[in-house]
Write a protein that binds this ligand. Structure first.
Ligand code: ADP
Length: 269
């Protein structure tokens, strides 16, 4: 971690050990990117933060954080030590897999045992925040994760502005309601593109749908994140965007989202 966020950032003392589930109605909308950057932002601000990647079919957190190939160790022979990215504690199902090219064909109960272990049998220590990158969708896997995480503070739902993605958000909100899981809010990712040369904004996939959806469903809207080509290269090179591009528009937009999430967590407890 070599660059601190420079924009003003103020959070009051966080509640102890609060889990935030990061959900999306489908894959590819930037859920893991948001989870990784949220966890990094909180840890850069000095909060004891854990990041738990429970996405069996596409565990991308290790790649986003440059931690591929990490294998977990145990200092007492009983509990696993989380891997570390600066002061952020990280556990991914990918750290348990033999080869990155192996398809994961574990049956449901086995997967759930693994997730339970990743939460319970790990030396997480005292945490202020635990960010959980959930499997996409509203099926059995995110359902089991949401049920296995003890007392989650709430969920953040990531979407893109397209109609198809927005109807998935409706389902995600209903999913949270069925589980009595507070919705901390909706983030509209890939919302517009600002030309780096002329500064003109183009709404490639439309814009504002996430906010309308949030208001229609009566949940908070946390903010928009533009399409930022460097997010792809920083993800591919394992350099989390917020701590390498602290003065970018993305980092500024993201910072107000982090503050809104933290405020939402406090009001939910
Ligand atoms: P998910 O977890 O929803 O499957 P990812 O976080 O893995 O999605 O993101 C999917 C792809 O989109 C990645 O290549 C990522 O770098 C890229 N991406 C995510 N958010 C943005 C953004 N705001 N601008 C540009 N690319 C993005």
């Amino acid at each position: 971690m070599n660059k601190q966020i420079t924009a003003p950032f103020s959070l009051e003392t966080p509640p102890a050990d609060k889990s935030i589930l990061v959900l999306s109605g489908k894959g590819g909308v930037g859920k893991s990117t948001v989870a990784a950057n949220l966890a990094i932002s909180l840890s850069l601000k000095g909060y004891a933060t854990g990041l738990l990647d429970t996405d069996f079919h596409g565990p991308s957190i290790p790649k986003l954080l440059g931690m591929e190939g990490t294998r977990l160790t145990s200092s007492d022979g009983e509990k696993l030590n989380p891997a570390e990215c600066g002061s952020l504690k990280v556990i991914s199902v990918d750290f348990m897999l033999g080869s990155r090219t192996d398809p994961v064909i574990w049956r449901g109960p086995m997967k759930m045992n693994v997730i339970k272990q990743l939460f319970e049998d790990v030396n997480w220590g005292e945490l202020d925040y635990m960010i959980v990158d959930c499997p996409p969708g509203t099926g059995d896997e995110p359902l089991s994760v949401a049920q296995l995480i003890p007392e989650p503070a709430g969920a953040v739902i990531v979407t893109t502005p397209q109609e198809m993605s927005l109807s998935d958000v409706r389902r995600s909100i209903q999913f949270c309601r069925a589980l009595k899981l507070p919705v901390l809010g909706v983030i509209e990712n890939m919302s517009g593109f600002v030309c780096p040369h002329c500064g003109e904004r183009t709404e490639l996939f439309g814009s504002g749908g996430g906010e309308e959806m949030a208001s229609e469903m009566g949940v908070p809207f946390l903010g928009r994140i533009p399409i930022e080509p460097e997010i792809v290269s920083s993800g591919d090179s394992g350099k989390p965007f917020v701590n390498h591009n602290g003065d970018s528009q993305f980092a500024r937009d993201f910072e107000s989202i982090v503050t809104a999430i933290a405020n939402g967590v406090r009001s939910c407890i």
